[in-house]
Ligand binder design. Structure first.
Ligand SMILES: Cc1cc2nc3c(=O)[nH]c(=O)nc-3n(C[C@H](O)[C@H](O)[C@H](O)COP(=O)(O)OP(=O)(O)OC[C@H]3O[C@@H](n4cnc5c(N)ncnc54)[C@H](O)[C@@H]3O)c2cc1C
Length: 301
């Protein structure tokens, strides 16, 4: 059914390519650290001085040639090196299609392995991110293959997907580091919960399942009531503080970061940067119209 919101969204999306660069930059600047690594390090350093750890993401996805995937690897290695040199508590987080998953799963696996080797040398962890559902099988297979060699690599799971409880089961008995998210991609109801309440209930249930199986969970959400429900489960299971942390997006709901920090939880801020910021922001807005609503509400606040 075509709704007024749907028509409005289509109109706004149609005008995106013509939004002038300075305005687009202003809209994105709150959420994206900049175009260069020094800009990102600056933001991560400022957050660190306020007691927040970091996650570094270089913007990019859907890479379709090997040379570009290798360039992404080089950029990530340099970023990890400089994070180490600056003594920052921050790990790197990579989208599988940024390392060429859609052209060759074997290539992506090799590039992740090279980065994992590099991060291990620096004493840093790293994470494989999760994209839309057609990539889930290949991403999990890549992750399981990496885990045979590296135990400092974590994964992301999405509560929106109906398959996630089975994917948690398949993680096995070795303790893993899992970032739990709702899932940013709007998925069809054949594979996903489409109702907000069901996605929230599934999120709590997935956290309970992960913790009960001995895994460590990064609660990556800005949904305060949902976080409270997860913390109640953590209390009930009498988890030690190292079994959970919060991960939040740069520029989003800072009051929550502070509330969780004051409650003595570790909070990591996800800091994206890169020259691809404009195409990345537009693709994200197209894939999930809700983000535009969030951005507009935050600007008005
Ligand atoms: C650190 C981190 C890493 C993530 N990694 C992945 C990943 O690998 N794969 C994946 O599919 N998803 C990822 N996500 C996104 C996640 O799946 C959700 O889409 C996103 O967090 C919004 O859901 P929410 O739980 O915050 O709740 P919501 O109910 O969507 O948001 C709660 C409130 O937070 C604010 N808000 C949330 N998102 C935004 C935004 N983008 N811009 C502005 N305001 C916002 C709004 O004020 C909103 O009302 C990640 C999220 C975080 C925090």
């Amino acid at each position: 059914m075509i709704t007024v919101m749907g028509i409005l969204h289509r109109c706004i999306m149609g005008t995106l390519p013509w939004v002038p660069e300075p305005l687009m930059r202003r809209l994105s600047s709150r959420y994206i650290a900049g175009e260069t690594l020094p800009q990102a390090l600056d933001v991560i350093g400022t957050n660190a001085s306020r007691g927040f750890a970091g996650v570094l993401d270089i913007l990019g996805e859907g890479i379709e040639d090997e040379a570009a995937a290798r360039e992404a690897l080089a950029a990530y290695k340099q970023a990890a090196t400089e994070l180490g040199a600056a003594g920052l508590d921050c790990y790197v987080s990579v989208k599988p299609t940024h390392f060429g998953l859609s052209i060759s799963p074997a290539l992506a696996r090799d590039l992740y392995a090279e980065l994992a080797e590099h991060c291990r040398g620096l004493g840093q962890t790293m994470r494989v991110e999760m994209e839309d559902h057609p990539t889930t099988d290949a991403t999990l297979s890549l992750f399981h293959s990496l885990r045979e060699q590296f135990d400092h690599v974590g994964i992301v799971l999405q509560s929106r997907l109906l398959r996630t409880p089975d994917d948690i089961q398949a993680l096995g008995s070795e303790a893993m580091d899992v970032r739990m998210v709702k899932g940013i991609y709007l998925e069809p109801e054949s594979v996903a919960h489409c109702d907000r309440g069901l996605i929230q209930d599934a999120y709590v249930q997935c956290c309970r399942q992960l913790w009960s199986a001995g895994h460590r969970v990064a609660l990556a959400t800005h949904d305060g009531p949902l976080a409270e429900r997860c913390l109640a489960v953590a209390n009930e299971l009498e988890l030690t503080p190292d079994r959970l942390e919060f991960e939040v997006l740069l520029g989003v709901q800072e009051a929550l970061w502070k509330r969780w920090q004051q409650a003595e939880h570790k909070v990591r801020v996800y800091v994206p940067y890169g020259p691809e910021w404009r195409s990345y922001s537009e693709r994200r807005l197209r894939k999930n119209p809700e983000i535009l609503g969030h951005v507009m509400r935050n600007l008005l606040r």
